[in-house]
Write a protein that binds this ligand. Structure first.
Ligand SMILES: [Zn+2]
Length: 480
């Protein structure tokens, strides 16, 4: 009897998502992390930072039903539906779920030898969600089938994690530094790769460092024919050239723009150290830099900020918080701390702090000139940039770049949703939108560090326990 019951349950769990589009049945791998899943949930007496950039509003009441926000207003006048579960959230703040726009599913292997980036499909989805990240773009995949299967499993309620927008595998040219990347042969190869992965569910692409202008152009044409966007972490191609070729987004910012390198040859990636030196002498207020920014804005090219990964190369700045260190395997922690110490030892000869400051200035200026700035973490480099925690750090670093806390939250929520074409569903807190909501202690509109004090994360109206998600992924990063 018990066996039969389990078999029937298995069939029900295996039914396609369309069986219940809005609320899939959550599996036993998800339910231990769920804290709130009443039919109607009321977040009462809470401070609201709605993600539009508007000022925080105190003593608000927000009503969630069927996975959506159905009411939001002053506590005195907002009607509480009969039978609703009411959470008194005095002293807490709600912000929209973060939209992570450079949020890979992999992390560098600490093992030495060839550079390899194992898929972290076990720990990262839970850590993203725990960090308040309810939607991600994977922005370059090394295991695209795993990313696609993971997305389906999360959407079907089989695993806990954010909503995933899967980016196809890297579109890299000849000279890739990682074996996990295919090296394009020519423009036709690029076109075929784009077509192949769109057919399998990729909803964006990322061009990589050694791609040629012909290959990028072919990839952009093929993707745009399907209404799909292309971003790039480029080196062989400068920002303005990429904008002319039709790219939609540029990853990382000025740190990787090679167009100001004096001996830059078309389609060739200059020596990265030499390119960094060239950048040192550039002023963000200078005419060539301003012309580049205006060109990107005129072409509607977004820029994705990934400050946490850059911060780790600045002597003394890579994170040492226990929550970050505890998430790693002992091997990953040792490799990270060893490299971190070496960077600090070489502080006297490092330009990283100056370049980091230039990056902060550039991102602020790009946004002030009307550019769409997106936020991500980029969990690569030599480690220490971890799903969820890194996304929160990104918001803090945007404030260091000169944005107000409200602007930084707007960038990390609404801007990403806008770029993804999802602003009607996510990205701000408003009636009719998905209940993707982060409940925090304190007030991030006055103290941005409070963005780390996540208690509960709602995704489509289901409230997940942040502490339990983090605990479940302890000691896993670096391996799985
Ligand atoms: Zn990346």
């Amino acid at each position: 009897m018990r066996k039969l019951l389990l078999a029937i349950l298995g069939i029900v769990l295996a039914l396609p998502v369309s069986f219940s589009q809005t609320k899939p049945k959550l599996s036993a791998a998800v339910t231990p992390f769920v804290k709130e899943e009443a039919g109607v949930i009321v977040l009462a007496h809470v401070r609201v930072v709605d993600g539009t950039g508007a000022a925080a509003r105190s003593d608000q009441t927000l009503v969630i039903a069927d996975g959506k926000i159905i009411a939001l207003g002053d506590s005195g006048t907002t009607k509480i539906p009969d039978g609703a579960k009411v959470l008194d959230l005095a002293g807490r703040t709600v912000i929209p779920g973060l939209v992570g726009m450079h949020d890979h599913m992999f992390y560098p292997s600490p093992g030495g030898g060839l550079p390899l980036y194992p898929e972290h499909a076990s720990s990262f989805p839970r850590l993203y969600l725990a960090g308040g990240v309810t939607s991600i773009r994977t922005t370059g995949s090394l295991e695209p089938y795993a990313d696609l299967e993971l997305k389906d499993a999360i959407d079907a309620g089989k695993l806990a994690g954010p909503k995933i927008h899967v980016t196809g595998p890297y579109l890299e040219g000849q000279g890739a530094f990682a074996l996990q990347m295919h090296q394009l042969k020519d423009a036709e190869d690029a076109r075929q790769m784009v077509e192949f992965w769109i057919a399998r569910g990729a909803t964006s692409f990322k061009a990589y460092m050694n791609i040629t202008p012909d290959e990028l152009s072919a990839a952009v044409k093929a993707a745009h024919a399907h209404g799909i966007k292309v971003t790039g972490h480029l080196c062989s191609i400068g920002f303005r050239e990429a904008a002319a070729l039709g790219i939609d987004d540029l990853e990382h910012g000025i740190e990787v723009d090679t167009e100001f390198f004096p001996d830059k040859k078309t389609g060739v990636c200059p020596n990265p150290q030499a390119a960094a030196k060239a950048l040192l002498s550039m002023d963000i207020a200078s005419k060539p830099m301003q012309d580049m920014i205006h060109d990107l804005v005129a072409h509607h090219v977004a820029v994705t900020s990934t400050l946490p990964v850059f911060e780790t190369s600045v002597p003394g700045r890579a994170p040492l918080d226990s929550r970050v260190l505890d998430a790693m395997t002992p091997e990953a922690r040792l490799a990270y701390l060893t490299r971190r110490a070496r960077i600090s030892d070489n502080a006297a000869t490092s330009d990283a702090a100056v370049i980091f400051k230039k990056e902060l200035e550039f991102e602020h200026e790009f946004s002030k000139q009307g550019g769409l700035l997106l936020a991500g973490l980029d969990p690569t480099g030599y480690g220490g940039v971890i799903a969820g925690f890194g996304d929160q750090r990104e918001v803090e670093l945007l404030v260091e770049a000169g944005f107000s806390p409200l602007e930084a939250i707007h960038i990390a929520t609404s801007n990403g949703a806008e770029f993804l074409g999802e602003l009607d569903k996510i990205g701000t807190l408003a009636v009719g939108k998905a209940a993707d909501i982060v409940v925090l202690q304190g007030d991030p509109s006055t103290n941005i560090k409070d963005v780390e004090k996540v208690e509960l994360v709602f995704k489509d109206g289901v409230g997940y326990d942040c502490a339990k998600l983090i605990e479940s992924a302890k000691g896993m990063v670096g391996l799985r």
